[in-house]
Design a protein around this ligand. Structure first.
Ligand code: MSK
Length: 642
């Protein structure tokens, strides 16, 4: 697994708006990740192959040449796998804390101490029923009962995660129980994972492999599913929405506020107050307030309100080079520490909002659900004030924008399908999988990286997969990439690549819903919303009465940057879904660990493939990756006898 493979010949990004602003940023003296990535090459080989151990103060130790063990005797297998699991744990903890923040907010809604409402009452009542609590009566009381039940689960010493119980299919639950990977409670599992991977603890790779599965389930259920369900309950389940993407969505005449990070609790309020405070902006000569989205907070408000998507992870710095971004308000995760130094080239105010996420030199507006209205108002006032201090000579807003559709929750997809078959909405999908109009399904998910040509991985994979009639959905920063290049509009660039089978399916569903077609790629939300992808798989597997691992489905992250991809990926692997990653990650120092994670069950005594039915496909070149993904999809179809 090497990290020299790249596509950085030519421009750094395929997005012309990023390139225009990167060029300007460099002229203005702003350093970006694209400049810093060059300073880091060549990467340390011990670190990039995973054989550097910094667990204790005998070291750091490394495995090289004839040196086969660290000072305590840990070999390359132990070092590589414990390093990897600690990365995976750091990903899982981000998702679990994300859902815990939401859960506390739900509890406060129930108590009537915060200015939020329940937007999806039906979803809340249905979840209450599944959890076995009284789902009738006043909605805030139901919210209280659900919150209590979910919070209790964070300290439960028996049983398993209640969101796993109410979400997963019976076949998967049985498999996980047999394999001994059912987690107890999220916080205890995270602590256990840190314990067994700390110095001189669990050194058995086969035993440690259990942890990959158990943490995957923690991430999936106490992170992804819990977060998505709570977000939908509090802020509404997404419906089809039309909007725009690319950095051209920033407007010269408006007060521009970028919302960035992951938690929608504050950004929902920013959207609400931006509308209410339009007149304040007009008083300083602006046409109004324009909220734009970055990373997954952007995806959250796009899915529910049609807020345009400015950029994914790698574009967070260059967005400021427009000279017209008045404030960037950040919450948690994927917040680059360079935002503040970068902002100093312009007038942009960087505003942190959580007590545990601060940036040196940035403004801080303390946000709690209780003071949500006041905080949102204050942030907007700061942005309006900053607008007055723009340097007009520094303004350059790229003209290009791209239309897109978003809002494809599972509920929205089922509703669209029900126009074809009201009694049995999923049947048309099954029929088309069986007749080959749909070869299989791929979720293009996850990040953007400075290491590779921006957007290249996602667009190349989508082109090839669509041509082979694969149903493609997307989340996270990958969804931004595909939106920017016309894959999320029925007649955009992406439509050119559709194979005849998938084209007919998308057209039939689209026409039944008043569109010329569904877009070639459906945007299913933020990175936590990979839960929606899993829900779709559970529904299809239940309908076919097979385990999820039998479905011809693959998840793919060609431009991974965050350990969260490892934790999300481990959930899908535990489900038995193959996961492709395009960015090298530190396992090549152990042949055994590489074989376990990426090998086929026929070739090795213990593999993820053998245990769960899915494996990691590591392939940096998206064109080659597409062929490997297609091969696995065809293999699973054959095993299903279709
Ligand atoms: S924001 S985790 S770069 S998807 Fe979810 Fe994007 Fe990856 Fe952060």
């Amino acid at each position: 697994m090497v990290d020299e493979w790249d596509t950085r010949e030519g421009p750094e990004s395929l997005d012309p708006t990023i390139m225009e602003l990167l060029d300007k940023a460099r002229k203005d003296g702003m350093e970006t990740g694209w400049d810093r990535v060059k300073q880091q090459y060549p990467h340390c080989k011990f670190g990039s192959s995973g054989v550097c151990c910094r667990r204790c103060f005998h070291g750091p130790c490394k495995i090289y040449g004839k040196v086969k063990r660290g000072i305590c005797g840990a070999d390359e297998n132990t070092i590589v796998l414990t390093n990897l699991i600690q990365l995976q744990t750091s990903g899982a903890v981000q998702h679990v804390e994300h859902s815990r923040e939401l859960l506390e907010t739900l509890e406060k809604i129930a108590k009537g101490t915060v200015p939020y409402e329940i937007k999806d009452e039906a979803k809340l009542r249905s979840i209450a029923e599944k959890l076995g609590v009284d789902s009738s009566g006043d909605i805030k009381e139901v919210a209280g009962r659900v919150a209590e039940k979910a919070i209790e689960n964070f300290t439960a010493q028996e049983g398993t995660l209640n969101w796993l119980e109410i979400t997963a299919n019976e076949k998967e639950k049985k498999k996980w129980e047999e394999l001994g990977v059912l987690p107890k409670n999220a916080h205890a599992e995270i602590a256990l994972s840190l314990l067994r991977t700390s110095n001189q603890c669990d050194a058995d790779p086969a035993n440690l492999l259990q942890e990959v599965g158990r943490l995957g389930l923690v991430d999936g259920f106490a992170g992804l599913h819990l977060s998505t369900d709570l977000t939908d309950i509090m802020f509404g389940t997404p419906k089809l929405v039309k909007t725009e993407s690319r950095l051209g969505v920033i407007k010269e005449d408006a007060v521009n506020i970028a919302v960035h990070g992951h938690l929608p609790i504050l950004s929902e309020k920013i959207v609400e107050w931006a509308e209410k405070m339009e007149d304040e902006a007009k008083k300083v000569g602006a046409s109004g307030i324009n909220v734009v989205g970055i990373c997954c907070t952007g995806n959250e408000v796009m899915m529910r309100h049609g807020i345009p998507l400015a950029s994914n992870f790698v574009g967070q710095e260059v967005a400021m080079a427009t000279g017209a971004l008045d404030a960037m308000v950040v919450d948690v995760q994927c917040i680059m520490p360079n935002l503040q130094p970068a902002s100093e080239c312009y007038h942009t105010k960087i505003i942190t909002t959580l007590p545990y996420i601060k940036l040196p030199g940035a403004m801080h507006v303390d946000f709690t659900p209780e003071n949500a209205d006041e905080s949102a108002k204050k942030i907007i006032e700061i942005a309006i004030e900053a607008y007055k201090h723009r340097d007009k000579s520094k303004i350059l807003i790229p003209e290009s924008t791209m239309e897109m559709y978003g809002g494809f929750s599972v509920e929205q997809i089922v509703e669209a399908l029900s126009k074809l078959n009201p009694e049995d909405p999923l049947q048309p999908v099954i029929d088309n999988i069986v007749n080959g109009n749909i070869l299989g399904a791929v979720a293009l998910v996850g990040c953007a990286t400075f290491k590779y040509k921006h957007d290249y991985g996602y667009t190349e994979l989508a082109k090839r997969l669509l041509k082979e009639n694969v149903l493609v959905v997307a989340t996270g920063c990958g969804a931004h990439s595909l939106a920017r290049h016309g894959f999320m509009i029925p007649d955009g660039e992406g439509a050119k690549y559709l194979g005849d089978g998938i084209k007919a399916v998308l057209k039939a569903i689209g026409e039944a819903n008043g569109l010329p077609s569904l877009p070639p790629v459906m945007h299913m939300g933020a990175c936590v919303d990979n839960s929606r992808v899993a829900n779709l798989l559970y529904a299809l597997a239940a309908k076919l009465d097979v385990p999820v691992s039998k479905l011809p489905a693959v998840g793919s992250c060609p431009e991974m940057q965050s350990p969260k991809v490892l934790s999300i990926g481990s959930y899908f692997l535990t489900l038995g879904v193959d996961v492709h990653v395009g960015t090298p990650f530190p396992i090549s120092g152990s042949q055994l660990v590489t074989d376990i994670l990426t090998g086929n069950k026929e070739d090795h005594p213990i593999t993820l493939d053998g245990l769960f039915g899915g494996k990691i496909i590591y392939e940096p070149d998206p064109k080659v990756a597409a062929e490997k993904i297609l091969e696995r999809i065809k293999m699973k179809r054959e095993a299903l006898g279709i």
